[in-house]
Design a protein around this ligand. Sequence first.
Ligand SMILES: C[S@@+](CC[C@H](N)C(=O)[O-])C[C@H]1O[C@@H](n2cnc3c(N)ncnc32)[C@H](O)[C@@H]1O
Length: 237
Amino acid sequence: MVDRVGSEPQYEVFADEFLEHARDGLYNAHYDRPACLELLGDVDGRTVLDAACGPGLYAEELVARGAHVIGCDLSPRMVELASQRIPSGEFHVHDLNHPIDWLPDSSVDLVLFALAVEYVDHRTELLRELRRILRPNGALVVSRPHPTGDWLRLGGNYFETRVIEEVWSRGWQVRYWVAPLERAFEELRAAGFLIEQLVEPRPTLAGAEVDTERYQRLLTQPTGFLAIRAIPDPRRT
Ligand SMILES: C[S@@+](CC[C@H](N)C(=O)[O-])C[C@H]1O[C@@H](n2cnc3c(N)ncnc32)[C@H](O)[C@@H]1O
C-alpha cells in the first residue's frame, strides 16, 4: 500500500484526453463547473488563482466573466493547453505540495481549487498557503470527490484516510487520497478557514442528454463531488 501520492504529474500522459473528456462531459461541464462557478459568484474585475487549472476550462469561463486569471498545474502539458486556450492568462508549472512563492501575501481575491485537493500530500500546508495569498475579504472554492461516494464505491473503513489507486475513463491510472468528511473539514479549519457554504451539487438538466444513466444517479445519490466555499477566519492570523 502506498502512503503518498507524490509529485509525479499523473495527468501529463492523458492531458489532451482529459480536455476532450471534461470540455462537455457530464461530471465536469454539467455538474462540477456550474456548482463551483456559482460559489465563486461575481468574478468581474477580480483576480482569481485557478489552482490545479488543468487544461484551462475554468480559466476560459472566468476570463469570459471578466476575471484576471492566474493558473498553475503540476503537468506541463496542462499548462501548455491552458496557455493556448487563454492567451491573456498567466500560467505556471507548479507542484502545490510546495509553497506558492511566486505570489505575494494578500494578492488574489478568489482561489478556485477544483477536483485536485485529493492529489496533494501536504494539504493543510497548501491550504495555509492559499489563505496567505488571499485578500482578507477573499474566498476559496474547493471541489472534491464526495467522501460518501468514495466509501460506497470502495467499501472498507470509511474513517480511514488513505491513498488509493484506480483506473478511470480511457485507462487513466490515478492515485489519490480518500478521507472522511470530518478530515476534509478539519484540514480547512486547521489552515485558518471558515466554511461559508457546502453544496452537494446536482447535475444541470442539459446533462441528462449527455449521459442519462449517470445523470439519474447524480440526481439521487451522493456519488459525485462536493463543493465548498470557505473564507479566511478573521479570528486567526
Ligand atoms: C481532475 S483534474 C482538474 C483540472 C481542473 N481543475 C478542472 O476542474 O478542470 C486534476 C488536476 O490536478 C493537477 N494536479 C495534480 N496534482 C497536483 C499538484 N501536486 N500540484 C498541482 N497540480 C496538480 C493535475 O495535473 C490535473 O490537471
